[in-house]
Design a protein around this ligand. Structure first.
Ligand SMILES: [Zn+2]
Length: 89
């Protein structure tokens, strides 16, 4: 006796859902275990001294190394940080 068509649909979508959940789980696991890319050799980096401030939360940081002398501003709170004059030295 053949199973009813609706049963086939339910079982099929159940399997599909399970497969999707499994795939998503594997993908998340991969993204956790994946190592960040290696930085370029230090000879290719330039020493810079630039201060940036986040206009949203007020945090300030100093950039000391960059791939070039005019690096794009880093992002914080999803906004680009603004460059500030160093307060000392
Ligand atoms: Zn911020």
């Amino acid at each position: 006796m053949l199973p009813e068509f609706s049963t086939v649909i339910w079982v099929g979508s159940g399997l599909l859902l399970g497969w999707l959940v499994w795939k998503t789980g594997i993908g998340m696991l991969r993204s956790f275990t994946q190592l960040p890319p290696d930085p370029p050799p230090s000879g290719e980096l330039r020493k810079v001294k630039r201060n940036f401030r986040c206009d949203v939360c007020g945090v300030e940081l100093r950039m000391t190394m960059a791939p070039d002398e005019d690096p794009p501003p880093p992002k914080h709170c999803l906004e680009e940080m603004t460059e500030v004059a160093p307060l000392y030295d």
